[in-house]
Design a protein. Sequence first.
Length: 30
Amino acid sequence: MYVVMAFGYVYSLTAVIAALCLALNNRRNP
């Protein structure tokens, strides 16, 4: 059970970081 929760937390964290990276790249390149 804890493994699933940990995996979901890591997956959500990775998704947030990826979204931030994409936003920075889009803002940097007009």
